[in-house]
Design a protein around this ligand. Structure first.
Ligand code: NAD
Length: 296
């Protein structure tokens, strides 16, 4: 049988994800609370339900793609009592560990199955259907989620029990935030030392400094033609989202009683970058912030 999927959250990620599901012949009832998102969805050929109640009533699967834990919790509170018996909730949002665990617990209390399934790959991956899904939950729920996520996925990794997907996402993006600052600092220093961008790239991309922030997302124009630096730092991955994700890893580290000093520093740098107006720029524009004001 073709299950009915209620998909809630039709933002930058949710819209292209729903389009992938529709192309695969999935039966989707889509909903978003914002008129702007609804309009953009309709323009993309997505039929949108008038209310959350209409979208979720008797649905076999609920997929959420929302900004933060409080939004997911609010939708679940309203939706869970209305879903089909034994329905599955897949939360693809990037949210804090504590909220993710609370959502799994409230699903279990209603005999619903639940999987946390945050993604990496950005809007490009969502459009192409090549997202990496990081799955947390018991094996039965994860196996049920896999064929539903398939049309949106390049890769799916079962990371462990409830909230393990969120843990993987948070740890991955802590590496990314720290490594991007490191690569930006190295290019800024190279400029001062009279070393060309290309020379540093040619050496470091094949040496022990090699990392994704350098070889796939190089923060200076030239060496990696597809990186946002070649495009005026249009995102890509907005600095505001990096700042949010680094906040999640700091919250998780704080709750776990672990000090992550590099993560904390990366967070404060991205927070300052956002406060100074960089939130909508790609996060690799951090190099401009690190260079400081241009000499008069
Ligand atoms: P977005 O802000 O574009 O979309 C979120 C949507 O949720 C909005 O349209 C908003 O109206 C809707 N919403 C909020 N509360 C709602 C409610 N109660 N009921 C119904 N709709 C509601 O965000 P996005 O870029 O699509 O990201 C979604 C999630 O995916 C976030 O957690 C983000 O961190 C994560 N993520 C984003 C990217 C990216 O590149 N954009 C990459 C990986 C992960």
């Amino acid at each position: 049988a073709n299950p009915t999927i209620a998909f809630v959250g039709l933002g930058n990620m949710g819209r292209p994800m729903v389009s992938r599901l529709l192309s695969a012949g999935t039966h989707v009832r889509a909903f978003d609370a914002s008129p702007t998102a609804v309009e953009a969805s309709r323009a993309a050929g997505i039929e949108v339900s008038a209310t959350l109640v209409e979208a979720v009533t008797d649905a076999d699967v609920l997929v959420t793609m929302l900004p933060a834990g409080r939004h997911v919790a609010a939708v679940c509170e309203e939706a869970y009592p209305l879903l089909a018996t034994g329905a599955l909730h897949i939360d693809c949002s990037s949210i804090d560990i504590a909220s993710a665990q609370a959502i799994h617990a409230s699903a279990a209390a209603r005999d619903l199955q639940s999987v946390d399934a945050p993604v990496s790959g950005g809007t490009g991956g969502a459009t192409a259907g090549t997202l990496t899904f990081m799955l947390g939950g018991d094996a039965a729920a994860v196996e049920r989620a896999r064929p539903i996520l398939e049309p949106m996925a390049g890769r799916m990794v079962h990371c462990g029990a409830a909230a393990a997907g969120q843990a993987a996402k948070i740890c991955n993006n802590m590496i990314l935030g720290i490594s991007m600052v490191g690569v930006c600092e190295a290019f800024a220093l190279a400029e001062k030392l009279g070393l060309s961008h290309q020379a540093l790239f040619d050496v470091a991309s094949k040496s022990s400094g090699q990392c994704w922030s350098l070889t796939s997302y190089c923060p200076v124009p030239g060496p990696v033609p597809a990186s946002p630096a070649n495009n005026g730092y249009r995102p890509g991955f907005a600095a505001a989202l990096m700042s949010k994700d680094l906040g999640l890893s700091q919250a998780a580290a704080g709750d776990a009683g672990l000090e992550t000093p590099m993560g904390a520093l990366a967070r404060s740098l991205f927070d300052r970058f956002v406060e100074e107006g960089g939130g909508e720029r790609d996060f690799s524009a951090m190099i401009e912030f690190l260079r400081g004001p241009a000499p008069a």
